[in-house]
Write a protein that binds this ligand. Sequence first.
Ligand code: SAH
Length: 210
Amino acid sequence: MRMRKKKHGAERLQACGEYVLDGGLCDPKSVFENGRPVHLEIGCGKGDFICGMAAAEPDINFIAIERIPDVLTIAAEKVKAAGYGNVRLAAFNAAYLAERIAPHSISRIYLNFSDPWPKDRHAKRRLPSRQFLERYDQILKKDGIIEFKTDNRGLFDFAVEEIAETKWKIDAVTYDLHHDEKMMEGNVMTEYEERFSSQGNPICKYVISR
Ligand code: SAH
């Protein structure tokens, strides 16, 4: 997501106060102090999905991360304006997940419309790559799951092929989410999902576990 550098970006993020996690290792147990499951969105963009989820599932704690601080600021301001006490946000690259999120503390990870990195030599930067699956392995609980949505068929086919090279298994898959009644249950649309599905692109989704 390209954005012009925002004036006073750091101050605006800081003004979101306790909704934004400090640098360093986050132990969700001490952040939320209510023992409820914690779901993590990686690459949250402007935060529509995390806000929709926070409203729909008030008994779940959510953490949303985004590598571009100015983009995270937009998400954080939405979360703060709505006063979602079950959401925290942080600006960092998911390559550092293991340094930033306590081991085996997360019940579910959401990857939504992740960057495709189309060049072969960049495959390991793709969020559903085997390299990233190893990072998710470290922070997910034993029975944790990953949900991945995209309209990018090339990226999705790559993601499905990666599974065969790992200890993960596919629990559910669709190549047309919006016409799959079962997998659509409780679906919250992301910014990209709104945009691309309204252009007629089918949305692919998988759910995986170990
Ligand atoms: N999830 C949103 C945005 C999709 S665009 C939606 O569905 O509408 C992908 C987003 O992921 C961008 O905002 C990008 O900055 C972020 N992103 C890409 N790679 C990332 C990484 N390694 N760590 C954290 N965020 C990342």
